[in-house]
Design a binder for this molecule. Structure first.
Ligand code: SAM
Length: 232
């Protein structure tokens, strides 16, 4: 992972390299049986999963979250990759599809990752659970929903003065433009959009960073399914 050093100034210890190798091996194996992710080759896993997840470190620099929640984590991206990078961080993964959550549990066990909680459920329900509501420094999500919907999933989970990172493709800017009302209602404030360039990847990638500037009103998130049906 020399690229992680060049791109993000990250150097990995042998233990972290071994954990990534084991994760890669399990992903390749499980993907033959279940449809976990569309990316199924070694190069794709390293660049589009591991490096792309690590790009969140561009925002945190020397101050990674103490508590992070990854919503719609799928096979663990970006959450588990970030947990390997920051072993001291407490991580919560939310995933509504059982087989994907099971895979994440298998990885957490195989890699002996500590302080990881996996919730098989929906973001809209987790957002009302007092154990999770407004408890996180940061929330992240990649490829889960358009920004107005994603803001309703993520902002209720984050403390005031915390923030969210949405990993987005070329639609980042138009999505930001449609999310203004949602952010106002949910207590969010747009901070910045950072372009991410990955070796050999032509598609545009961005980190959309939103600060939580005020508490989220108790009515949000609305009932499961409503945020995506009727975005704010
Ligand atoms: N974040 C992963 C990645 O980038 O590889 C997975 C992306 S996948 C396209 C989106 C995932 O979000 C799916 O696994 C889906 O089950 C999950 N998801 C979508 N809406 C959700 C919700 N409201 N609550 C929990 N999980 C959700």
């Amino acid at each position: 992972m020399r690229a992680s050093q060049q791109l993000f100034g990250i150097s990995l210890f042998p233990k972290q390299m071994a954990q990534l190798a084991a994760y890669e091996r399990e992903l390749l194996e499980w993907n033959e049986k279940f449809n976990l992710t569309a990316i199924r080759d070694v190069e794709g896993i390293r660049v589009k999963h591991f490096l792309d997840s690590f790009s969140c470190s561009l925002i945190w620099k020397e101050q990674p979250p103490r508590r992070l929640i990854d919503v719609g984590t799928g096979a663990g991206f970006p959450g588990i990759a970030l947990k390997i990078l920051y072993p001291a961080m407490k991580l919560t993964l939310v995933e509504s599809v059982g087989k994907k959550a099971n895979f994440c549990a298998h990885i957490v066990q195989t890699l002996e990752l500590e302080n990881v909680e996996i919730i098989t459920g929906r973001a809209e329900d987790v957002g009302h659970d007092p154990i999770h509501r407004e408890k996180y420094d940061w929330a992240v999500a990649r490829a889960v929903a358009a920004l107005p919907v994603l803001a309703e999933y993520l902002l209720p989970l984050v403390k005031v003065k915390g923030g969210i990172i949405a990993q987005k493709g070329e639609s980042a800017l138009p999505e930001i433009n449609t999310a203004e009302k949602a952010l106002r209602l949910l207590g969010g404030r747009m901070r910045q959009m950072v372009k991410v360039e990955l070796p050999g990847v032509a598609d545009e990638r961005y980190l959309v960073v939103i600060d939580k500037s005020a508490a989220t009103p108790a009515i949000y998130p609305r009932k499961a399914g409503i945020p995506s049906k009727k975005p704010l």
